[in-house]
Design a protein around this ligand. Sequence first.
Ligand SMILES: [Fe+2]
Ligand SMILES: [Fe+2]
Length: 128
Amino acid sequence: MIKLTWDEHFSVGVASMDKQHQVIFDHMSAVSSALEEDAPRSRSALLLETFDIYCKMHFFEEERLMDEMQYPALAGHRRQHDLFVSDLEGFMAQKHQGLDGFFAIRDWFLNHILREDIPYGAFRRDHP
Ligand SMILES: [Fe+2]
Ligand SMILES: [Fe+2]
C-alpha cells in the first residue's frame, strides 16, 4: 500500500484548491497501490480513468480561479496542465503500465503544486 500524505508545505492557501489537491493525493495513492499490487488491469484502468477525470475538473477550476484574479502566468500554467493530461493519457494507453511510469506522473504533480500552484496562491494574497 503506497500512501501519499498531503501536508501544509503543499498548501497554496486557497481552501478549495488544497482540498482538491488532497483528493488528488488519494487518487494517486490508489493508483500506485493498484500498480504495486499488480491488480487486474480492469481495476487500475478504472482508477486511472477516475483520476484523469478528477484532474481535468481540478485544472478547469484552477484555471477559472487564476482567470478571475487576472493571474499573469495563466497561459503558461494552462499549457502545463494540458501537457500533464496528455502525458497521463499516454500512460493510460500503454500496454504495460509500470509503477515507475506512474511515479514520474506523480512526481510531476507534486512538483507542479510546489513550483506552479503555490505562486498563484502568493499572487492572490498580494492582490486581494
Ligand atoms: Fe496547476
Ligand atoms: Fe493544482
